[in-house]
Write a new protein. Structure first.
Lengths: 112, 113
């Protein structure tokens, strides 16, 4: 079965501090991993996906297949980063596994 | 604006009523979804349609009936609403043969009294 685990419900840091939101997954096939962000009472927005290896708003995430992890990192947190972050998994196109399985989410709170 | 839109944004109703939520996407995607976000912010897929055909039904009670009149629309009808149906319902879409980059609607906050 597919599963995404985000062990921290809440991560509270001060502005300027480094941030790491943890995500581990289990999936028997080749996964596509994503990070979605939900600002207060807004829609979910795609933050980044492992396949594009890009940095968005200073966030990066590296897929580690050995550790089955896809942790989200940012070297210097900003107050506007405060939001709910979801790690999600799907199968690669063509596998028929075309749904997102979400972790339980981590609320990031950045204090001034 | 190219986007996924859904109406209404808020829905407050009594137990036992029947209600519908509408969703439209103008992204030209062939796959649409309904996700439920419960009070603990946990997100779970309910249904998925590809080219108007149901492909995912995640053991949702049959009081929930999705309907896809065309590729751009996926509506959700809920019969005999229960207190536990209170949640935020998100519509989403993606293009299956390209990638599964999924775009979400703004959500419908359903409150059952």
């Amino acid at each position: 079965a597919q599963r995404v685990t985000q062990p921290e419900k809440l991560l509270s840091v001060f502005k300027g501090a480094p941030v790491e939101l943890k995500c581990n997954y289990s999936y028997s096939g080749s996964p596509e991993l994503f990070w979605y962000v939900q600002y207060s009472r807004q829609r979910l927005q795609l933050l980044l996906r492992h396949i594009s290896r890009e940095s968005i708003k200073g966030f990066t995430a590296d897929l580690n297949k050995g550790e089955t992890s896809f942790h989200l990192k940012k070297p210097f947190a900003q107050e506007e980063d405060s939001a709910m972050y979801y790690c999600a998994l799907s199968g690669v196109p063509g596998t028929g596994f075309q749904k997102l399985v979400f972790g339980t989410g981590t609320r990031l709170l950045v204090s001034p | 604006d190219t986007a996924v839109s859904q109406t209404p944004k808020y829905l407050v109703t009594q137990m036992g009523n029947d209600k519908s939520i509408k969703c439209e996407q103008n992204l030209g995607h062939d796959t649409m979804y309904w996700y439920k976000q419960d009070s603990k912010k946990f997100l779970k897929i309910m249904f998925s349609y590809n080219n108007k055909e149901l492909i995912i039904n995640e053991t949702v009670p049959n009081r929930f009936s999705p309907k896809s009149p065309d590729k751009a629309h996926l509506n959700l009808h809920i019969n005999s609403l229960e207190l536990g149906d209170s949640a935020v319902y998100f519509c989403a879409s993606s293009q299956a043969d390209r990638d599964y980059k999924t775009f979400f609607g703004p959500g419908t906050r359903l409150t059952v009294l």
